[in-house]
Each structure stands twice: as C-alpha cells, then as structure tokens.
Design a protein around this ligand. Structure first.
Ligand SMILES: O=C(O)c1cc(=O)[nH]c(=O)n1[C@@H]1O[C@H](COP(=O)(O)O)[C@@H](O)[C@H]1O
Length: 229
C-alpha cells in the first residue's frame, strides 16, 4: 500500500521544519505552489536530504515548448512525481514527458480539480458532459500521451482503473476523515472509501497539517487507508 501523501501547504521552510520534526518515519510529501514559489529548489533538496519522497505539484499548463523546457529543469531536482493539467492537451502532455526523459520522475495529469462540481464545470468551462465523462476523457488522453497516471477524485478512480488499468496511477486528493469539514473541496471521500474505490494514492493536507496532533492524525489516516484497523 502506498503511503498517504501529505500536502505540505505551508508558506515557509521554517513551518515545514517544525511540521516534519513531529515525524520519525520516512514520509511521502507534496510540495505545491504556495511553498515552492517561496522557497524554491533549495527546499526540495532539504526535504530529499531527510529521506522523504516528494510529489512536486506545480500543475504546469502552457504551450508545449515552455512546458517541455520547464520539465527539463525540474527533472534535475530528482523528485518522485510531478504534474501538469490535462486540459493543456495531448501535445503539451507529450512535451512534458519529453522534458523528463532523462529522469525517473513520474508524470501525472490533473483531470478536473476536486474543488470543481459538475455544475461549475458546465458554467465555467462549458464542458457539457458529466463530470465523470470529462475526467475519464482526460485520463485516456493522459494515457495516450504516455503519462503514468492522473489526479482525480475518489469518485472517478474505479472507472479510470477499469479503462486504463491497475498500473495507471489514480492519485486522489479531496480526502476527508468523517469528522473533518469539506472546506473548498467538492468531490470528497474518506480514506477507507478511497481504498475500496480504487485510488492508488491519497493526498491529504489540512486534515493532517491543521490537526491538533498531526502525527496521530497521519497514523489514523494511514491505518484507515491500508485497511489494517
Ligand atoms: O494536484 C493536486 O495535488 C490537487 C488536485 C486536485 O484536484 N485537488 C487538490 O486538492 N489538489 C491538492 O491536494 C491538496 C488537498 O489539500 P486538503 O484539501 O487540505 O486535503 C492541496 O494541496 C491541493 O492543491
């Protein structure tokens, strides 16, 4: 079972240091734009030096040439996973993969953000199919481009596994233990539902980072996710 990925949505290295000091085991952490735009590559090197796995979540979405060059730069960081927006298109996703050619970094594509409802997708994007159909379409395009998987919600994970196979990653944020509020997320599920419905990875931020006892919250979520309760 893959470790839950902890979203380090903090504003500074100091906050990251204080947070990570509460854990003794190797973790799988996600560095997103809030942190990376403040602390940059140096922070990635620091987290790697502690022995943690890293998902660098910058959600690239630009013309193919720009994305390829950006990925070539990111490939030197030696992170475990990076992402792009599938909405950038097949050519952009192929370009992103070319940029990572000399590294082992896994590349996944964001389908529809977990903060997006079907109604919002219709109103904002004028995509007039069901949300699941849109996510599935993006997943198939990502697979066609040679990517390793997608970011989706738990609600679409099973359909993607059926269509794209077990090896194609289904990385699912929007995870909320029953007692935690949904905040801005729309398509949410518990860690146990994620396991039952075919996620390959779960991403958890505030339910751990804002908990009174983050390490205890992490252990509970990891236990529920693994099914060994
Ligand atoms: O790519 C992501 O990681 C991502 C995609 C998505 O569709 N939804 C989503 O919430 N995320 C990220 O996953 C994390 C979820 O955080 P919490 O809602 O606090 O658990 C955040 O860092 C988001 O940026």
């Amino acid at each position: 079972m893959n470790k839950p990925i902890i979203a380090l949505d903090f504003a500074s290295k100091q906050q990251v240091e204080e947070f990570l000091a509460q854990f003794s085991e190797p973790l799988f952490v996600k560095v997103g734009m809030e942190l990376y735009y403040q602390e940059g590559p140096e922070l990635i090197r620091y987290i790697k030096s502690l022995g943690h796995e890293i998902f660098l979540d910058l959600k690239l979405h630009d013309i193919p040439n720009t994305v390829e060059s950006a990925m070539r730069g990111l490939s030197k960081l030696g992170v475990d996973m990076v992402n792009v927006h599938a909405a950038g298109g097949l050519e952009m996703m192929k370009a992103a993969k070319r940029g990572l050619a000399d590294s082992d970094t896994k590349l996944i594509a964001v389908t529809q953000l977990t903060s997006t409802s079907e109604k919002q997708m219709h109103e904002d994007q004028w995509i007039y199919v069901s949300l699941e159909e849109s996510v599935l379409h993006y997943a198939k395009r990502a697979m066609q481009a040679g990517l390793d998987g997608v970011v989706c919600s738990v609600l679409e994970a099973q359909a993607i596994r059926d269509a794209c196979g077990q090896e194609f990653l289904r990385v699912t944020p929007g995870i909320r233990p029953a007692a935690v509020s949904a905040d801005d997320q729309k398509r949410i599920a518990t860690p146990a539902q994620a396991r039952e419905k075919g996620s390959s990875h779960i991403v958890v931020g505030r339910a751990i980072t804002k908990a009174d006892n983050p390490s205890e919250s992490y252990s509970q979520i990891a236990t529920e996710w693994s099914g060994h309760q």
